[in-house]
Design a protein around this ligand. Structure first.
Ligand code: NAD
Length: 334
């Protein structure tokens, strides 16, 4: 049965959302489970958000979509979504909201700016932000949401564009644990691993730690492959040995940065598609901010950030992050 906000309006109108009445109690899985008919707002319809919103539609959800790009909205409209003219309009029409925006500034303006979500959010709304942003911004948004009687959880993703298309994303969810089941039910339409990580901001914390390690291992894989090739090794042979030896990692085995070692990865497609260098640079910046705030030494994370910043300023911003292999090669050796 579809949950109905009106059913809860008497409770909600009685005042701000009480901490003792959780979203999942109001919309508990047993009585008011997320039916495909529940109205979902989706803001940010880019490489990731577009396919995620399409999956919601394909699973029967009714979606109200918004993006600053009219082209992105047209695409979703063709897929069956209703289109809104700003985030506030989305918020006024839906029971839950998912955002998938580039960075912290975009998230802040989408929620707190003019015609932003918080101007019109309905009490009882479940808000899930899947963008990768600063955990402190997630906490800030959660506290404003609470004052409006809504629930905000951070739910960044791992898996990339193919996982977004195939609804196999991993979601790292931070927020009030009592709301997790409701979040899981909705996110299940777009992913296969929905993991509770603790309080709000913890999803982002896991995500930026993972991406710092990913960047370090990608740079390591690139410099290793480059050295081996310059020693005369054939890259496929080298990768196959590394992948059955102690140097194996995700970047060497499943996302090898050398063109032709693997099919269907960005390096074999002129580093197009995938996860952009500019976005990886942003995530490494978030990791460095977090390291500074917590006085944590991250020498390799810091170096990785500088490598990716240089790449971003060297014409590789829009290329996949595995293009660090190109960056390390001398031009006459390419
Ligand atoms: P993208 O740039 O392709 O899409 C972002 C979309 O947000 C664009 O369509 C843009 O027009 C829209 N937008 C920007 N500001 C807006 C606003 N104020 N209101 C409404 N729409 C707005 O980015 P993406 O690749 O989809 O990534 C989105 C988030 O997911 C980022 O935080 C990224 O770090 C994270 N992420 C990306 C990947 C990946 O492989 N691309 C993987 C995991 C996580």
């Amino acid at each position: 049965m579809a949950f109905s906000r009106s059913r809860f309006l008497p409770i909600l109108k009685a005042g701000r959302r009480s901490l003792s009445i959780t979203f999942s109690q109001k919309f508990s899985a047993s009585q008011h489970s997320y039916s495909p008919q529940a109205k979902v707002g989706f803001i940010g319809l880019g490489n990731m958000g577009g396919p995620m919103a399409t999956n919601l539609l394909q699973k029967g959800h009714s979606v109200v979509a918004y993006d600053v790009s009219p082209v992105a909205m047209e695409y979703l409209q063709d897929e069956g979504a209703d289109i809104a003219s700003n985030p506030a309009e989305v918020a006024s029409k839906v029971d839950s909201i998912i955002t998938m925006l580039p960075n912290s500034q975009h998230v802040r303006s989408c929620y707190t700016g003019e015609k932003g979500v918080f101007e019109a959010v309905q009490p009882g709304t479940l808000i899930l932000d899947s963008s990768t942003i600063d955990p402190t911004v997630s906490k800030e948004m959660a506290s404003i949401a609470l004052k409006k009687g809504a629930v905000f959880m951070d739910a960044p993703v791992s898996g990339g564009v193919n996982a977004a298309k195939g609804a196999t994303l991993t979601f790292m969810v931070g927020g009030d644990e009592t709301e997790f089941e409701a979040a899981k039910e909705l996110l299940g339409a777009m992913g296969k691993n929905i993991v509770y990580c603790g309080g709000v901001g913890n999803g982002q914390a896991v995500k930026i730690c993972n991406n710092m390690l990913l960047a370090i291992s990608m740079i390591g894989t690139c410099e290793t492959m480059n050295l081996g090739m310059r020693l005369g090794l054939e890259p496929k042979l080298m990768a196959s040995i590394i992948n059955s030896a102690t140097g194996r990692c995700w970047s060497s085995e499943l996302y090898n940065p050398v063109p032709g070692v693997l099919e269907n990865v960005p390096s074999s497609n002129n580093y197009e598609g995938g996860f952009g260098t500019a976005l990886m640079t942003k995530d490494l910046g978030l990791a460095q901010d977090a390291a500074s705030k917590t006085l944590t030494p991250t020498p390799l994370g810091s170096l990785a950030y500088q490598v990716y910043r240089l790449m971003t300023n060297s014409g590789l911003a829009e290329k996949d992050f595995s293009s660090v292999f190109l960056f390390l090669q001398e031009k006459d050796k390419k």
